[in-house]
Write a protein that binds this ligand. Structure first.
Ligand code: ARG
Length: 463
């Protein structure tokens, strides 16, 4: 037996308990209680396997299972007294199990260690978060597709360098995000598939001499197979890093649309109106509608990427296998997952509520000589000019329009012919923004017909 004050779980060789400060830095129960459900699921699978392999008796396994089920309901009901002295979720659960079922509780930890236990708990948790991200992204994709369907032919300026470049369609812009999000979803799916191996049974680091059945626990917990190397099983957290990397990229994509919403909702643009539900007023300037939710979504990537970098830094240079450094893996991932899930939900709601202003979009699309490329292309097609020369002539026409304070379609034909003889009135067909977008029928182009077909493809895929 451990001496008075020494840790009941591992204090056998200790004369006294830890310093209070040691407890403060060492204990993880304050945050790893979030792994309670996974911890209990792992323990129940382990106990059932131990009995099936005749390592513990059926009676003990039944008592353990019932005790664990009771602990789960106590935790879910909020009535569980977590103890810092018991360090972490694993020992809190095991200690409570001993209170409920007595000495048989001590058999649960046969052929396992907290090292494989925490590895399996955390994998289960991160795996669930991959599923949550996949669902959240799918919902957001649906919201963007609905916007694309509504505005497949609304013309808006396409930007490069945030300068008007060429007219594009609203639907095309919305579907650009659907593509990004679909790759994000793919990253979470890939990460999930890769992490879906069960480390349970690796024990402390070397495996165990007990005749365990790792395939059985793997199956019970929904894993594809057991992990192949015990040292790797307890020492890597790359599954969490992959989750964080995928989350960072996804949050980065959200931040780009968030920034567009901030710009587009400004008085200078007025491309969109954010719903009241996602705007706030100013306490001093009564006219203001601030896009706070969009600004926060723009910022959240900092936090998620911060978690990614923090965990990378924790893991860097750790010699195999487990070191306590790795206890620092959880809080960052918890926070990043909470942040990503909320961000996806908020963004989906904002996109659903978003009201574009097609007239303002079109007015902006028609300004800034946005059809200059159409004009150059026309010169190539109709007059057989090399593109470089056509580009040069178009530049001269733009300068002419600028000097007159008008747009390209407003230039008189004679003025154009003075710059380049041979230009005919047919050129005006390509100078309008609707014709411009309608002509962009190349694969992946912005033409409304393309957008409608792509939106339908996504609609069918998303169901
Ligand atoms: N709380 C620990 C963690 O999160 C559990 C594993 C402890 N293992 C050990 N050998 N001390 O990493």
């Amino acid at each position: 037996m451990a001496k008075a004050g020494a840790n009941a779980m591992w204090g056998g060789r200790f004369g006294r308990g830890p310093d209070a400060m040691m407890e403060a830095i060492n204990a993880s129960i304050g945050f790893d209680k979030r792994l309670a459900r996974q911890d209990i699921a792992g323990s129940r699978a382990h106990a059932a396997m131990l009995a099936a392999c005749a390592i513990i008796t059926e009676d003990d396994a039944r008592a353990i299972d019932a005790g664990l089920a009771q602990i789960l309901s106590e935790i879910e009901a909020g009535g569980f007294a977590f103890s810092t002295a018991l360090e972490d979720i694993h020992m809190n659960v095991e200690s409570r199990l001993a209170e409920i079922i007595g000495p048989a509780a001590g058999r649960l930890h046969t052929a396992r260690s907290r090292n494989d236990q925490v590895a399996v708990d955390f994998r289960l948790w991160v795996r669930e978060q991959c599923d949550a991200a996949i669902d959240g992204i799918t919902a957001l994709m649906g919201a963007f597709v609905a916007q694309a369907e509504a505005g497949a032919e609304w013309v808006m300026p396409g930007f490069t360098h945030l300068q008007t470049a060429q007219p594009v369609t609203w639907g095309h812009h919305m579907l650009a995000y659907v593509e990004m999000l679909s790759r994000d979803r793919g990253r979470f799916r890939d990460a999930r598939a890769r992490m879906n191996e069960c480390p349970l049974g690796a024990a402390a680091l070397a495996g165990t001499s007990f005749p365990i059945d790792r395939a059985m626990t793997a199956r019970a917990l929904g894993f594809d197979r057991p992990t192949a190397n015990s040292l790797d099983s307890v020492s890597d957290r790359d599954f969490a890093l992959e989750y964080l990397a995928a989350a960072s990229i996804c949050a980065l994509h959200l931040s780009r649309f968030a920034e567009e919403l901030v710009i587009w909702s400004s008085a200078q643009f007025r491309f969109v109106r954010l719903s009241d539900g996602f705007s706030t007023g100013s306490s001093i300037m009564p006219q203001k509608r601030n896009p706070d939710a969009a600004e926060l979504l723009r910022a959240k990537v900092g936090r998620i990427l911060g978690a990614n970098i923090a965990l990378m830094t924790v893991m860097k240079g750790l010699a195999l296998t487990y070191s306590k450094d790795m206890q620092e893996d959880k809080e960052q991932v918890f926070d990043a997952a909470d942040t990503l899930n909320l961000s996806l939900e908020v963004m989906a709601a904002m996109v659903r509520d978003l009201r574009a202003a097609p007239a303002a979009l079109e007015t902006a699309a028609a300004s800034g000589f946005s059809t200059a490329t159409d004009l150059a292309d026309w010169l190539v097609r109709e007059l057989g000019l090399p593109f470089r020369e056509a580009h040069h002539i178009t530049g001269a026409l733009v300068a002419e329009a600028e000097a007159r304070g008008c747009d390209l379609p407003d230039l008189p034909l004679e003025t154009m012919q003075a710059v380049r003889p041979g230009i005919t009135a047919a050129v005006f067909d390509v100078l309008g923004v609707h014709n411009s977008v309608a002509s962009r029928i190349s694969t992946g182009g912005t033409a409304p017909d393309n957008v409608r077909a792509e939106a339908a493809r996504w609609r069918a895929e998303l169901g």
